[in-house]
Design a protein around this ligand. Sequence first.
Ligand code: ADP
Length: 480
Amino acid sequence: MKIVHVASEMFPYMKTGGLADAVSALCSALAENGHELSVFLPGYRAALEHPDASGAERKMRLKVEMANDFLSGDVRVFSPRKNLKVYLICREEFFDRRQPYGNGERDYEDNSDRFIFFCKAVVEMLRLGELQADVVHCHDWQAALLPVWLREAERRHGVTLALKTIFTIHNIAYQGVFPSKTFARTNLPDELNQMDGLEYYSQINLMKGGIMFADRVTTVSPRYAKEIQTPEFGCGLEGVVQTRADDIVGLLNGVDNAVWNPAVDSLIPARYSAVNLAGKAVCRAELLKRTGLSSDAKSPIFGVVARLTEQKGIDFVLENRDFFLTQDVRLVVLGSGSRRMEEELRELAAAAPQKISVSTKLDEAMSHLIEAGSDFFIMPSVFEPCGLNQMYSQVYGTLPVVSRVGGLADTVVDVDDDPAHGTGLMCEPSALSLRHALQRALVLFADRPRYAATQQRGMAKDFSWKVAAAGYERLYQDSL
Ligand code: ADP
C-alpha cells in the first residue's frame, strides 16, 4: 500500500512525548513490511539540523491559501531508510523554533496559522507531487482537519488524492481549540462552521473535525476508546466520539525494540535479558551513582519519567512525600513541564538528597537508565491514552505501579489480584490508593521469589510493534 502519515512529531526529528515514538515505530514497522511510506512533518529547526536531513533535497516550492493571503513554503525530502520518505514542510516564520508548541509558559499565539498552513501544504504536496495515497493517516489535532481539506481539494480540482483517511487520537485532552475568527483561515465552506461541523461553544475545534470527517477513527488503546465516550474522559468531545462509536477502534502502541530493549540498548551501561539479569544490577548501581543516591542497594528504587502535567498523577506522588522520606526507599524522578511541580519535586529532593533525586531536564539517556536501573516504575496517571513507560518498564524487568485507566489498564496486570499473570501493581488515580500500592510494593520486593517471578512475566510479554502494526494493516485493508 501507499501510506501517508501526517503528524507534528516523529522520533528522532521532534519529540515531546509518546506521539513521536508511536509515529516513528509504526512507520518503520510498515515500511519493513514492504509498504511505501511517506511521512509529513513540520520543518522544525531540530528536524532540519538532524544529520538524516543534511542531504535533504528541496522538492518543491508551494503556495498555500489562508483566507485572502497566499503564504509560500517549501518541502524538503529525505529517506532515512528503505520504503520511507520524510517530507518536511518548511516556512521559517512558523517552524524555525526550538519548541514545537510553545515557550514552556504558554502556547504560541500563531499555533492555528502554523498547523493550518502545515496541513494545507501537505494537501498541495499530495496534489502536485501526485503521491496517489491509498491511505492518509493523520495524528492528533495538528493534523485533524487534513481529511476535510483533502476532500475539499479533490472536489475543487477533480482529482483523487487519497482513497481513505484515518484519524488517530493520541490524547483527547489536546484538541486545538481556537477563536471563531480562525475559521476564515481554513477557507472551508461556511456550513462547516456550525454545530455539526467545527463549531464548538462559539470557537472552532480542530480535533472535532478529525473525529467527524475521517473515514476511520482510532485511538491508542481499547480501554481509552471506550473511556473517551464518557464525560469523565471525553474532555467535552464524548458526544462527538459517540457518533463514531461503530468506527472507532483502540489499537495499542507497541515498543520499538530497536530503541527500548535491554539486550541491545546502547544508552545503558550494561546489556541484559530475562535469562541473565546481571546487567540490570550494573544499571542499578550506575543509576544510584549518577543520581548521587546512597549506594546501599538493598531497599527498592522507585523511578518516574514523565511530562510534568496533571495527567501524569505527579501530585499523587508529591502527596505521598512522607512515604518517600520516611520509608527505606529511593526515588528517582526525571520530568519537566509544570513549574510548580518542578519546584515541589526539587524541594522534596532537597529534603533528602541521599534518598531522592530529581532532574527536570529532557534527558533521553537518563530515561533509559531509570527504566533499567529501577525496581519499580510509578505512573499513577489520571488518564492515559496508551502510555509507553509502563510497557518499557516491563520490558526492562522493572515492575510498573500504575493507575487502572486507559492503556495502563490494558497492559498491566496486578499481581495481588492475579498471582499467576501479574506483572505489576495497580491503584486508582488518587494519593491514598497510590499509597496502598506503594506499601504493597514494599511487601512484594521483600518476597524475592515472587518479585522475580513477576519480573519474568513482564519481560516475557510481547509489546513489539509487529503486533501493533498488524492491527493498523488490517484496519487500512478493511477500510479500503
Ligand atoms: P506522553 O506521550 O503522554 O508524554 P508516554 O508514556 O506515551 O506519555 O510517552 C512518554 C515518552 O516521553 C517516553 O518515551 C518517555 O521516556 C519520554 N519522556 C518524558 N519525559 C522525559 C524527559 N524528561 N526526558 C526524556 N524522556 C522523557
